[in-house]
Design a protein around this ligand. Structure first.
Ligand code: HEM
Length: 233
């Protein structure tokens, strides 16, 4: 397969989706792990230290460029696959198969992906722009905090500020629900596309995928909820 075919043929596009999907799953593991430090209830010290390490380590900053490239590729290829499927389906089924053919969320990957993209735009504005770019128009400028005599960006303080709004908390929870359903199909599907055809191993990966798709979004959703309800200080 040539480079051109990887990005233009149906098989190539599915392959790119699966590869970028698996790297985004790996990113979610790191992200949820670092964010879980907020539950140390130490006024954000552990979380701010971890975030500082991620933001100041050259190798991780290079990986961040790869992460954004992966997200972009996943979106572009996803849109192309969705358009291809729609044009093939334009004749439509005589009798709609409904849930007998596939689950609703497997048929709604484009919609779920779009909801996650809308969330990401808001999310990057909330946290990434103040942390990396000093905020857009200084609307979200980060404060500083001193931990053991050393100054750190106070990303934890930013979280506390952002999650005081019930509307924002609700939008984050809805995004986590979209993420859960997106992963419920995407996790196992990615491994199948990458060549996992052995039924026994596929069943194991599917079960791991189901557990991951529930636990990780619940952990993410509990972050804004815990802050809003004052369980974290
Ligand atoms: C719901 C709870 C979440 C919280 C509290 C949260 C918090 C944060 C924070 C504080 C940052 C900035 C990190 C830094 O600049 O060092 C960040 C970055 C980011 N988050 Fe989240 N996040 C959450 C969920 C998610 C979800 C569900 C996704 C993906 C679907 C996601 C994707 C990203 C991305 C792509 C970045 C930029 C990556 C980077 O910093 O290099 N986040 N998040």
């Amino acid at each position: 397969m040539t480079w051109k075919q990887i990005f233009t043929s149906s098989v190539g596009k599915k392959f790119v989706m699966a590869l970028t999907g698996v790297s985004l799953i790996a990113f979610l593991v790191v992200h949820v792990g670092i964010n879980a430090c907020i539950w140390a209830n130490d006024d954000g010290a552990m979380f701010n230290r971890a975030a500082h390490f991620m933001g100041s380590t050259v190798v991780i900053r290079i990986m961040e460029v790869g992460l954004f490239a992966g997200i972009l590729l996943h979106i572009v290829q996803g849109i192309m696959i969705e358009m291809e499927n729609r044009s093939k389906r334009s004749i439509g089924y005589q009798i709609p198969l409904g849930n007998r053919g596939s689950k609703w969320y497997s048929r709604s990957m484009g919609l779920l992906g779009t909801l996650i993209l809308l969330f990401l735009i808001m999310h990057i504005y909330h946290f990434w722009t103040p942390s990396r770019l000093g905020g857009i128009g200084n609307i979200h400028e980060l404060g500083m905090t001193t931990i053991d005599g050393k100054e750190y960006d106070n990303l934890f303080g930013e979280m506390i500020k952002v999650f005081q709004s019930p509307v924002v908390v609700l939008l984050y929870v809805l995004a986590c629900i979209s993420l859960a359903y997106h992963l419920l199909h995407g996790f196992a599907s990615a491994f199948r596309t990458l060549g996992l055809h052995n039924q026994r191993y596929y069943t194991i990966v599917k079960s791991i995928g189901n557990i991951f798709s529930v636990i990780v979004p619940i952990a993410f959703a509990m972050m804004p909820i815990s802050i809003y309800l004052g369980w974290i200080k």
